[in-house]
Design a protein around this ligand. Structure first.
Ligand code: PEP
Length: 260
């Protein structure tokens, strides 16, 4: 799966669902059953976009058996920066890779906020995922205070700069997700013009940090809904979306996938 993901990640549009800490065996089963006929019809992709789902660790087995032969990618929401040892509660990239995981969210703003993940730790986690053959989905984005202080570009530039070595090594086998923190789960979306401006900035930063990854996919995340997905995805530097809340409702997620 990950080789396949790496091959297709050169500015490939992606729609990736982030279930966060939601779900349960029965609820996941109904959600997957409601989505799979439509997703399968496209072999896990729309005419252009690839589709992925990131679930809590205990449900990865469920994704593995439901999505194995569908072309829909599946992944974790975090990974340890360590390879093995006395790190109770952590899950290594090697363990996830052995299990068939193809994608891992890295440095989601909720992990930066609630688990104190620094730019340095995020970069180490991305490197660990990449070394295990898992495509890291590196999340960056500014808080409302940073945007209001005019620091949105410098914040994101610093987040990307910390990842420069891994970006250089990854080439296009990495996905970046721009998620303004003020737009995540708040119902407030960046306007298409605001999002495009940041995506163009990120693409420039990627060129500066690592020419090799200048063509990786850069997704937008933050209250993407069926009603705003098309306009956001039509922006020239937006390669699809990382979808939180709306990925828990089959009809909404499918409409967003269709918009890509
Ligand atoms: C996310 O969790 O990455 C996200 C973008 O959430 P939401 O779509 O709910 O804002």
């Amino acid at each position: 799966m990950s080789e396949d993901i790496a091959k297709t990640s050169q500015r490939t549009p992606w729609v990736i669902g982030n279930w966060k800490m939601n779900g349960g065996l029965a609820a996941n089963q109904s959600l997957l059953a409601a989505m799979l006929p439509a997703l399968n019809a496209g072999g896990g992709r729309t005419r252009r976009a690839r589709v992925g789902v990131c679930a809590p660790f205990p449900y990865l087995a469920q994704l593995q058996s439901a999505l194995e032969d569908t072309g829909v990618a599946w992944g974790a929401q975090d990974v340890s920066d360590k390879t093995s040892g006395a790190f109770t509660g952590q899950v290594s990239a090697g363990m996830l890779a052995e299990f068939g995981v193809g994608l891992a969210l890295i440095g989601h703003s909720e992990r930066r906020q609630y688990n104190g993940e620094s730019n340095v730790l995020v970069a180490a986690k991305a490197a660990a995922a990449l070394a295990a053959g898992i495509t890291p989905v590196i999340c960056v984005g500014e808080t409302l205070a940073e945007r209001e202080a005019g620091q949105h570009q410098s914040t994101v530039a610093a987040q990307l700069a910390a990842c420069a070595p891994v970006l250089r090594q990854a080439g296009s086998a990495v996905i970046v997700a721009y998620e303004p923190v003020w737009a995540i789960g708040t119902g407030k979306t960046a306007s298409p013009a605001e999002a495009q401006a940041m995506h163009a900035f990120i693409r420039d930063q990627l060129r500066l940090a690592a020419t090799a990854c200048a063509d990786c996919s850069v997704l937008y995340g933050g209250s993407v809904k069926a009603s705003n997905a098309r306009e956001l995805f039509a922006q020239p530097d937006i390669d699809g979306g990382l979808i939180g809340g709306a990925s828990l409702i089959a009809a909404d997620f499918l409409a967003i996938v269709a918009a890509a």
